[in-house]
Design a protein around this ligand. Structure first.
Ligand code: CTP
Length: 393
Protein backbone atom coordinates (compact mmCIF):
# COMPACT_ATOMS: atom_id res chain seq x y z
CA UNK A 1 0.00 0.00 0.00
CA UNK A 2 2.84 2.39 0.77
CA UNK A 3 4.43 1.59 -2.58
CA UNK A 4 1.14 2.30 -4.31
CA UNK A 5 1.08 5.81 -2.90
CA UNK A 6 4.78 6.43 -3.46
CA UNK A 7 4.82 4.85 -6.93
CA UNK A 8 7.95 2.89 -6.11
CA UNK A 9 8.72 -0.77 -6.66
CA UNK A 10 9.33 -2.70 -3.49
CA UNK A 11 10.82 -6.13 -2.86
CA UNK A 12 11.72 -8.48 -0.06
CA UNK A 13 15.25 -9.67 -0.69
CA UNK A 14 18.06 -11.98 0.36
CA UNK A 15 17.79 -14.47 3.19
CA UNK A 16 14.06 -14.26 3.68
CA UNK A 17 13.38 -15.08 0.02
CA UNK A 18 15.78 -18.02 0.16
CA UNK A 19 14.13 -19.37 3.30
CA UNK A 20 10.59 -18.76 2.06
CA UNK A 21 11.37 -20.86 -1.00
CA UNK A 22 12.89 -23.54 1.21
CA UNK A 23 9.90 -23.43 3.53
CA UNK A 24 12.06 -22.43 6.49
CA UNK A 25 11.07 -19.88 9.12
CA UNK A 26 12.93 -16.57 8.92
CA UNK A 27 11.96 -13.34 10.63
CA UNK A 28 14.70 -11.13 9.14
CA UNK A 29 12.61 -8.94 6.92
CA UNK A 30 14.81 -7.08 4.42
CA UNK A 31 13.03 -4.74 2.03
CA UNK A 32 14.58 -3.01 -0.96
CA UNK A 33 12.90 -0.03 -2.59
CA UNK A 34 13.68 1.14 -6.09
CA UNK A 35 13.64 4.71 -4.89
CA UNK A 36 14.21 6.38 -1.55
CA UNK A 37 14.31 3.69 1.13
CA UNK A 38 14.58 6.19 3.93
CA UNK A 39 11.37 8.01 3.05
CA UNK A 40 9.67 4.70 2.40
CA UNK A 41 10.67 3.49 5.87
CA UNK A 42 9.22 6.64 7.40
CA UNK A 43 5.85 6.12 5.72
CA UNK A 44 5.82 2.40 6.41
CA UNK A 45 6.49 3.17 10.07
CA UNK A 46 3.49 5.49 10.20
CA UNK A 47 1.24 3.02 8.40
CA UNK A 48 2.21 0.19 10.76
CA UNK A 49 2.06 2.41 13.81
CA UNK A 50 5.62 1.35 14.52
CA UNK A 51 7.27 1.88 17.87
CA UNK A 52 10.25 3.56 16.27
CA UNK A 53 11.85 4.26 12.90
CA UNK A 54 15.61 4.70 12.74
CA UNK A 55 16.86 6.50 9.64
CA UNK A 56 20.32 6.63 8.06
CA UNK A 57 20.43 9.42 5.56
CA UNK A 58 23.93 8.55 4.32
CA UNK A 59 22.77 5.29 2.74
CA UNK A 60 19.10 6.24 2.42
CA UNK A 61 18.08 3.30 4.61
CA UNK A 62 15.77 2.92 7.56
CA UNK A 63 14.84 0.38 10.20
CA UNK A 64 11.19 0.13 11.11
CA UNK A 65 10.90 -1.25 14.61
CA UNK A 66 7.28 -2.33 14.63
CA UNK A 67 7.38 -3.88 18.09
CA UNK A 68 9.68 -6.07 20.21
CA UNK A 69 9.27 -8.96 17.82
CA UNK A 70 9.21 -7.38 14.38
CA UNK A 71 11.89 -5.24 12.82
CA UNK A 72 11.99 -4.37 9.11
CA UNK A 73 15.15 -3.21 7.35
CA UNK A 74 14.45 -0.95 4.41
CA UNK A 75 17.17 -0.05 1.89
CA UNK A 76 17.33 1.80 -1.39
CA UNK A 77 18.36 -0.48 -4.25
CA UNK A 78 21.97 0.24 -4.99
CA UNK A 79 24.88 -0.68 -7.13
CA UNK A 80 28.31 -1.17 -5.67
CA UNK A 81 31.44 -1.25 -7.68
CA UNK A 82 35.09 -1.49 -6.80
CA UNK A 83 37.55 0.81 -8.48
CA UNK A 84 40.14 -1.91 -7.97
CA UNK A 85 39.86 -5.25 -6.18
CA UNK A 86 39.76 -4.85 -2.37
CA UNK A 87 39.17 -1.10 -2.53
CA UNK A 88 36.17 0.15 -0.59
CA UNK A 89 33.09 -0.05 -2.78
CA UNK A 90 31.69 3.01 -4.47
CA UNK A 91 27.96 3.04 -3.77
CA UNK A 92 25.39 4.52 -6.10
CA UNK A 93 21.66 4.08 -6.47
CA UNK A 94 20.64 1.50 -9.00
CA UNK A 95 17.82 -0.83 -9.94
CA UNK A 96 16.89 -4.11 -8.30
CA UNK A 97 18.96 -6.15 -10.74
CA UNK A 98 22.09 -4.20 -9.86
CA UNK A 99 21.23 -4.49 -6.20
CA UNK A 100 20.94 -8.25 -6.45
CA UNK A 101 24.12 -8.54 -8.49
CA UNK A 102 26.29 -7.12 -5.70
CA UNK A 103 25.26 -9.97 -3.37
CA UNK A 104 27.17 -13.03 -2.25
CA UNK A 105 25.54 -16.16 -3.68
CA UNK A 106 22.83 -16.86 -6.24
CA UNK A 107 20.58 -18.36 -3.53
CA UNK A 108 20.81 -15.04 -1.66
CA UNK A 109 20.34 -12.90 -4.75
CA UNK A 110 16.63 -13.33 -5.32
CA UNK A 111 13.81 -10.92 -4.56
CA UNK A 112 10.04 -11.12 -4.37
CA UNK A 113 8.10 -8.11 -5.50
CA UNK A 114 5.64 -7.00 -2.85
CA UNK A 115 4.16 -3.87 -4.37
CA UNK A 116 0.49 -3.61 -5.11
CA UNK A 117 0.34 -4.78 -8.71
CA UNK A 118 2.79 -7.63 -8.77
CA UNK A 119 2.67 -8.92 -5.24
CA UNK A 120 4.46 -12.27 -5.01
CA UNK A 121 6.43 -12.18 -8.27
CA UNK A 122 9.81 -13.92 -7.91
CA UNK A 123 12.74 -11.96 -9.31
CA UNK A 124 15.52 -14.37 -10.11
CA UNK A 125 18.10 -13.07 -12.59
CA UNK A 126 20.92 -15.42 -11.65
CA UNK A 127 19.27 -18.86 -11.48
CA UNK A 128 19.10 -18.75 -7.71
CA UNK A 129 15.96 -20.87 -7.55
CA UNK A 130 17.54 -23.58 -9.63
CA UNK A 131 20.64 -23.55 -7.39
CA UNK A 132 18.38 -23.69 -4.35
CA UNK A 133 16.65 -26.76 -5.73
CA UNK A 134 19.96 -28.40 -6.62
CA UNK A 135 21.62 -27.50 -3.31
CA UNK A 136 24.37 -25.36 -4.83
CA UNK A 137 26.34 -22.49 -3.36
CA UNK A 138 27.46 -20.37 -6.30
CA UNK A 139 29.02 -16.92 -6.48
CA UNK A 140 27.68 -14.40 -8.98
CA UNK A 141 31.00 -13.34 -10.39
CA UNK A 142 34.70 -14.19 -10.14
CA UNK A 143 35.64 -11.28 -7.88
CA UNK A 144 33.07 -12.05 -5.23
CA UNK A 145 35.54 -13.45 -2.66
CA UNK A 146 38.15 -10.86 -3.51
CA UNK A 147 35.71 -8.07 -2.80
CA UNK A 148 34.46 -9.61 0.40
CA UNK A 149 36.43 -12.57 1.79
CA UNK A 150 33.94 -13.08 4.65
CA UNK A 151 31.81 -14.69 1.96
CA UNK A 152 34.05 -17.76 2.09
CA UNK A 153 33.00 -18.38 5.70
CA UNK A 154 29.40 -17.36 4.92
CA UNK A 155 29.29 -19.85 2.03
CA UNK A 156 30.47 -22.64 4.30
CA UNK A 157 27.84 -21.60 6.84
CA UNK A 158 25.04 -21.92 4.27
CA UNK A 159 26.48 -25.17 2.85
CA UNK A 160 26.46 -26.73 6.31
CA UNK A 161 23.11 -25.28 7.35
CA UNK A 162 21.20 -26.50 4.31
CA UNK A 163 23.42 -29.45 3.49
CA UNK A 164 24.34 -27.84 0.16
CA UNK A 165 27.63 -27.99 -1.68
CA UNK A 166 29.82 -25.42 -3.40
CA UNK A 167 29.66 -25.58 -7.16
CA UNK A 168 33.05 -26.60 -8.60
CA UNK A 169 34.15 -23.16 -9.73
CA UNK A 170 33.00 -21.42 -6.56
CA UNK A 171 34.95 -24.00 -4.58
CA UNK A 172 38.07 -23.38 -6.65
CA UNK A 173 37.78 -19.60 -6.19
CA UNK A 174 37.13 -19.96 -2.47
CA UNK A 175 40.18 -22.14 -1.89
CA UNK A 176 42.33 -19.95 -4.10
CA UNK A 177 41.24 -16.82 -2.26
CA UNK A 178 42.16 -18.37 1.09
CA UNK A 179 45.53 -19.51 -0.28
CA UNK A 180 46.17 -16.01 -1.58
CA UNK A 181 45.67 -14.74 1.96
CA UNK A 182 42.54 -12.67 1.35
CA UNK A 183 41.12 -13.54 4.77
CA UNK A 184 44.10 -11.80 6.33
CA UNK A 185 42.86 -8.52 4.97
CA UNK A 186 39.78 -8.65 7.16
CA UNK A 187 39.66 -6.98 10.53
CA UNK A 188 39.63 -9.36 13.49
CA UNK A 189 36.23 -8.04 14.42
CA UNK A 190 34.74 -9.29 11.16
CA UNK A 191 36.51 -12.65 11.41
CA UNK A 192 35.25 -13.09 14.96
CA UNK A 193 31.71 -12.18 13.91
CA UNK A 194 31.71 -14.82 11.16
CA UNK A 195 33.28 -17.47 13.40
CA UNK A 196 30.70 -16.74 16.05
CA UNK A 197 27.86 -17.13 13.55
CA UNK A 198 29.16 -20.32 11.98
CA UNK A 199 29.93 -22.01 15.30
CA UNK A 200 26.50 -21.09 16.62
CA UNK A 201 24.82 -22.99 13.80
CA UNK A 202 23.17 -26.37 14.35
CA UNK A 203 26.08 -28.42 13.09
CA UNK A 204 29.29 -26.71 14.18
CA UNK A 205 31.37 -29.88 13.91
CA UNK A 206 30.64 -30.24 10.21
CA UNK A 207 31.36 -26.52 9.76
CA UNK A 208 34.76 -26.91 11.41
CA UNK A 209 35.71 -29.78 9.11
CA UNK A 210 34.73 -27.69 6.13
CA UNK A 211 36.62 -24.65 7.42
CA UNK A 212 39.66 -26.91 7.71
CA UNK A 213 39.14 -28.27 4.20
CA UNK A 214 39.06 -24.74 2.77
CA UNK A 215 42.15 -23.66 4.71
CA UNK A 216 40.21 -21.13 6.77
CA UNK A 217 41.36 -22.43 10.17
CA UNK A 218 45.03 -22.02 9.47
CA UNK A 219 44.36 -18.67 7.84
CA UNK A 220 42.94 -17.47 11.17
CA UNK A 221 46.06 -18.66 12.97
CA UNK A 222 48.77 -20.90 11.65
CA UNK A 223 48.54 -23.22 14.65
CA UNK A 224 44.80 -23.83 14.50
CA UNK A 225 44.17 -27.20 12.93
CA UNK A 226 42.36 -30.45 13.48
CA UNK A 227 44.54 -32.96 15.29
CA UNK A 228 43.85 -36.43 16.66
CA UNK A 229 43.22 -34.88 20.04
CA UNK A 230 40.79 -32.22 18.84
CA UNK A 231 38.98 -34.70 16.60
CA UNK A 232 38.35 -36.98 19.57
CA UNK A 233 37.25 -33.98 21.63
CA UNK A 234 34.80 -32.87 18.93
CA UNK A 235 33.39 -36.40 18.72
CA UNK A 236 32.87 -36.47 22.47
CA UNK A 237 31.41 -32.99 22.40
CA UNK A 238 28.67 -34.23 20.06
CA UNK A 239 27.83 -36.81 22.71
CA UNK A 240 27.65 -34.17 25.42
CA UNK A 241 26.21 -31.28 23.38
CA UNK A 242 23.25 -30.80 25.72
CA UNK A 243 25.74 -29.84 28.45
CA UNK A 244 26.42 -26.58 26.66
CA UNK A 245 22.95 -25.40 27.62
CA UNK A 246 23.02 -27.21 30.95
CA UNK A 247 26.15 -25.31 31.95
CA UNK A 248 24.82 -22.08 30.48
CA UNK A 249 27.66 -21.78 27.97
CA UNK A 250 27.93 -20.22 24.55
CA UNK A 251 28.12 -22.89 21.88
CA UNK A 252 30.56 -21.02 19.65
CA UNK A 253 32.99 -20.43 22.50
CA UNK A 254 33.03 -24.09 23.47
CA UNK A 255 33.76 -25.22 19.90
CA UNK A 256 36.33 -22.49 19.47
CA UNK A 257 38.13 -23.48 22.67
CA UNK A 258 38.32 -27.08 21.48
CA UNK A 259 40.00 -25.79 18.33
CA UNK A 260 42.57 -24.02 20.50
CA UNK A 261 43.34 -27.13 22.59
CA UNK A 262 46.80 -27.70 21.11
CA UNK A 263 47.96 -24.09 21.16
CA UNK A 264 50.66 -22.96 23.56
CA UNK A 265 50.22 -20.17 26.07
CA UNK A 266 51.68 -17.48 23.83
CA UNK A 267 49.49 -18.46 20.88
CA UNK A 268 46.43 -18.56 23.11
CA UNK A 269 47.12 -15.08 24.47
CA UNK A 270 47.51 -13.82 20.94
CA UNK A 271 44.18 -15.26 19.75
CA UNK A 272 42.25 -14.26 22.87
CA UNK A 273 43.57 -10.75 22.53
CA UNK A 274 42.62 -10.51 18.86
CA UNK A 275 39.17 -11.91 19.56
CA UNK A 276 38.69 -9.47 22.42
CA UNK A 277 37.91 -12.06 25.07
CA UNK A 278 37.51 -10.36 28.45
CA UNK A 279 40.50 -10.52 30.79
CA UNK A 280 38.49 -12.33 33.44
CA UNK A 281 37.64 -15.08 30.97
CA UNK A 282 41.28 -15.43 29.88
CA UNK A 283 42.51 -15.65 33.47
CA UNK A 284 39.98 -18.34 34.36
CA UNK A 285 40.74 -20.28 31.21
CA UNK A 286 44.49 -20.17 31.76
CA UNK A 287 44.11 -21.08 35.40
CA UNK A 288 42.03 -24.11 34.41
CA UNK A 289 44.42 -25.11 31.69
CA UNK A 290 47.43 -25.05 34.01
CA UNK A 291 45.60 -26.98 36.71
CA UNK A 292 44.02 -29.49 34.37
CA UNK A 293 46.43 -32.39 34.90
CA UNK A 294 46.51 -31.82 38.62
CA UNK A 295 42.71 -31.85 38.74
CA UNK A 296 42.54 -35.13 36.83
CA UNK A 297 45.08 -36.61 39.28
CA UNK A 298 43.00 -35.34 42.16
CA UNK A 299 39.86 -36.87 40.65
CA UNK A 300 41.61 -40.23 40.34
CA UNK A 301 41.99 -40.39 44.10
CA UNK A 302 38.58 -38.87 44.86
CA UNK A 303 35.69 -41.15 45.56
CA UNK A 304 33.92 -38.84 47.96
CA UNK A 305 31.56 -36.17 46.67
CA UNK A 306 33.28 -33.51 48.78
CA UNK A 307 36.58 -34.21 47.08
CA UNK A 308 35.08 -34.14 43.59
CA UNK A 309 33.42 -30.86 44.52
CA UNK A 310 36.65 -29.32 45.77
CA UNK A 311 38.57 -30.33 42.67
CA UNK A 312 36.07 -29.01 40.17
CA UNK A 313 34.51 -26.01 41.86
CA UNK A 314 37.40 -23.75 40.85
CA UNK A 315 36.81 -24.35 37.17
CA UNK A 316 34.63 -22.28 34.88
CA UNK A 317 31.85 -24.09 32.98
CA UNK A 318 33.80 -24.06 29.71
CA UNK A 319 36.75 -25.75 31.34
CA UNK A 320 34.61 -28.38 33.02
CA UNK A 321 33.11 -29.31 29.68
CA UNK A 322 36.56 -29.34 28.05
CA UNK A 323 37.75 -31.63 30.82
CA UNK A 324 34.76 -33.91 30.30
CA UNK A 325 35.40 -34.35 26.59
CA UNK A 326 39.16 -34.77 26.84
CA UNK A 327 39.59 -36.99 29.89
CA UNK A 328 40.65 -40.45 28.83
CA UNK A 329 39.31 -42.56 31.67
CA UNK A 330 35.67 -43.48 31.94
CA UNK A 331 35.85 -43.50 35.73
CA UNK A 332 36.91 -39.86 35.88
CA UNK A 333 34.47 -38.94 33.11
CA UNK A 334 31.68 -40.29 35.31
CA UNK A 335 32.89 -38.23 38.27
CA UNK A 336 32.78 -35.08 36.18
CA UNK A 337 29.27 -36.01 35.05
CA UNK A 338 28.29 -36.58 38.67
CA UNK A 339 29.60 -33.10 39.48
CA UNK A 340 27.70 -31.43 36.64
CA UNK A 341 24.45 -33.30 37.08
CA UNK A 342 24.31 -33.53 40.82
CA UNK A 343 27.00 -32.21 43.10
CA UNK A 344 27.23 -28.65 41.78
CA UNK A 345 23.49 -28.19 42.32
CA UNK A 346 23.48 -29.18 45.96
CA UNK A 347 22.72 -26.26 48.25
CA UNK A 348 24.19 -26.10 51.74
CA UNK A 349 21.62 -26.92 54.40
CA UNK A 350 23.39 -24.88 57.03
CA UNK A 351 23.80 -21.16 56.56
CA UNK A 352 25.37 -18.37 58.63
CA UNK A 353 22.06 -17.56 60.24
CA UNK A 354 21.76 -21.12 61.55
CA UNK A 355 25.14 -20.78 63.27
CA UNK A 356 24.08 -17.50 64.85
CA UNK A 357 20.97 -19.24 66.18
CA UNK A 358 23.26 -21.85 67.71
CA UNK A 359 25.01 -19.04 69.55
CA UNK A 360 28.14 -18.69 67.37
CA UNK A 361 29.46 -15.19 66.86
CA UNK A 362 30.41 -14.31 63.28
CA UNK A 363 34.20 -14.57 63.19
CA UNK A 364 36.93 -15.95 60.98
CA UNK A 365 36.10 -19.48 61.96
CA UNK A 366 32.56 -19.03 60.71
CA UNK A 367 33.45 -19.71 57.09
CA UNK A 368 35.44 -22.78 58.03
CA UNK A 369 32.60 -24.23 60.03
CA UNK A 370 30.17 -23.65 57.16
CA UNK A 371 32.60 -25.20 54.75
CA UNK A 372 33.24 -28.27 56.87
CA UNK A 373 29.52 -28.64 57.43
CA UNK A 374 28.89 -28.50 53.69
CA UNK A 375 31.59 -31.10 52.97
CA UNK A 376 30.08 -33.32 55.63
CA UNK A 377 26.65 -32.81 54.09
CA UNK A 378 27.93 -33.78 50.61
CA UNK A 379 29.40 -37.03 51.88
CA UNK A 380 26.45 -37.87 54.13
CA UNK A 381 23.49 -36.92 52.06
CA UNK A 382 21.07 -38.96 54.09
CA UNK A 383 21.47 -36.45 56.94
CA UNK A 384 18.81 -33.83 57.51
CA UNK A 385 19.40 -30.28 58.67
CA UNK A 386 18.81 -31.06 62.37
CA UNK A 387 21.33 -33.88 62.29
CA UNK A 388 23.87 -31.60 60.64
CA UNK A 389 23.33 -28.98 63.32
CA UNK A 390 23.85 -31.68 65.90
CA UNK A 391 27.15 -32.52 64.24
CA UNK A 392 28.27 -28.90 64.35
CA UNK A 393 27.44 -28.62 68.02
N1 CTP B 1 24.99 -10.20 1.74
C1 CTP B 1 26.02 -10.28 0.81
N2 CTP B 1 27.32 -10.36 1.21
C2 CTP B 1 27.63 -10.36 2.54
C3 CTP B 1 26.61 -10.27 3.49
C4 CTP B 1 25.29 -10.19 3.06
O1 CTP B 1 25.75 -10.28 -0.37
N3 CTP B 1 28.90 -10.46 2.93
C5 CTP B 1 23.59 -10.09 1.28
C6 CTP B 1 22.94 -11.42 0.90
O2 CTP B 1 22.05 -11.17 -0.15
C7 CTP B 1 22.18 -11.79 2.15
C8 CTP B 1 21.71 -10.44 2.64
O3 CTP B 1 22.76 -9.53 2.29
O4 CTP B 1 21.10 -12.66 1.88
C9 CTP B 1 21.41 -10.37 4.12
O5 CTP B 1 22.55 -10.69 4.85
P1 CTP B 1 22.50 -11.42 6.25
O6 CTP B 1 21.34 -10.93 7.03
O7 CTP B 1 23.85 -11.37 6.86
O8 CTP B 1 22.33 -12.95 5.84
P2 CTP B 1 21.11 -13.87 5.50
O9 CTP B 1 21.26 -14.30 4.10
O10 CTP B 1 19.82 -13.26 5.90
O11 CTP B 1 21.47 -15.13 6.38
P3 CTP B 1 21.00 -15.57 7.84
O12 CTP B 1 19.87 -16.51 7.58
O13 CTP B 1 22.19 -16.27 8.40
O14 CTP B 1 20.63 -14.35 8.60
Amino acid sequence: EVSEVRKEKVYIVGGIVRDLLLGIENFDLDIVVEGNGMNFAKELGEKLNAKKVVLHSKFRTGVVIVDEKLKIDVASSRVEYYEYPTSLPVVEYGNIKQDLYRRDFTINAMAIEIDYNKFGRLIDYFKGYSDLKNGKIRILHNFSFVEDPTRIIRGIRFAVRYNFEFDAETKRFAKLSVEEGFLKRLTWKRVKYEIELILNEKNPKKAIYMLEEYGVLKAIHKSIKLTKKTEVAFKNLEKYKEYITKLNLKQWIVYFLVLLEDLNSEELTNIFFKFHFPNKFIEKYKFGKIKREKIIDELKSSEKKSKIYNSLKKLSGDLILLLLITVDSEKEENKILEYINEIRNIKPLIMGKDLIKLGYKPNENFKNILNISFMYQLDNQELCKEELLQYIK
